[in-house]
Ligand binder design. Sequence first.
Ligand SMILES: C[S@@+](CC[C@H](N)C(=O)[O-])C[C@H]1O[C@@H](n2cnc3c(N)ncnc32)[C@H](O)[C@@H]1O
Length: 309
Amino acid sequence: MKQPKRDLQALEDDHDASFSDLFPFAAEENSNPLSENFYSREEILQLLKQNEQSQESLEYTFSQHHIVLKQRPSQVIGSRIWCSAKLLCEWLVAQPPSLFQNNSFVDIGCGIGLCGILTAMLGARRVVLTDLPDVLPIALDNASINNVSERVSTLALQWGCPLDPTHEAALLADFGFDVLIGSDLIYFSELVRPLIDCLLRLFSLHQRLPSHAARPLKFYFCQAERCWVPLATYLDVAKQYFLFDEISPPEWGGEYHLWVVSERPDVPIPADPEALEALARTIEVPLIEHRAYAHPQQQLPHRDGEGER
Ligand SMILES: C[S@@+](CC[C@H](N)C(=O)[O-])C[C@H]1O[C@@H](n2cnc3c(N)ncnc32)[C@H](O)[C@@H]1O
């Protein structure tokens, strides 16, 4: 049933508003799995405000690079921009041209494609934007809007699923891939195991490239802290398979992280498919109880001026 027009301010002022007072409004606007297991009152209010203020088109400038992006904030999680993507872009644009020139990038969980599109503008030889199939058309449109379609393609890549020959061909084509990037990929505990699995498969695939020994694969990964995600626990699991070097600028204040993720010298990731499957089966991620609807005073940590969480 269509809800009456909400008064956001009244809802915000009403600290006795229950989850079910807020939820219908959120559910109406957002097809994401809004449930009281995942979202606090603050977060729901924030999402509602974001949707109310959101535009179909966004513009960003990183150094001299101007990017225009379409978004669909009321659709799936990937069809809006997230703060970590902007932070990763700020970091990318400050890097030397050698990071991009002659290198091919794969953007994991690209969403609407901001980071991948920027790497193309910064000189990447080729960029593969990957995400769930529903999200990719908007990312592809954004590549076109920003005139980088020639070097940017999309690939449906669902974490936790084996790479099929189509994936392998797309990723290994044209001298393969050199750098992985990703922003804001962990927001539910259920995503961690598939994400580690996907990374293992990409690192394993990279070994087939002649360039592998001279230029091992690196993954630049920017991630927000969220009060319902025990990131440190997940990091401990992921560190069994990969090295994580934190390179976050101090001004991020611990609320956002940027890691360079690489292969551990003492735990080689096998190229052999059977050995890889055996390694992937060892990934054990504790599935946490998502915290219940936190009402009413629990505040999310946030950066001043940033609405996206
Ligand atoms: C919070 S969004 C971040 C999007 C973008 N990187 C950004 O920072 O703006 C998380 C992204 O991960 C993608 N994602 C979630 N689960 C996935 C899965 N199992 N396989 C592939 N992508 C997934 C979502 O579709 C979404 O685009």
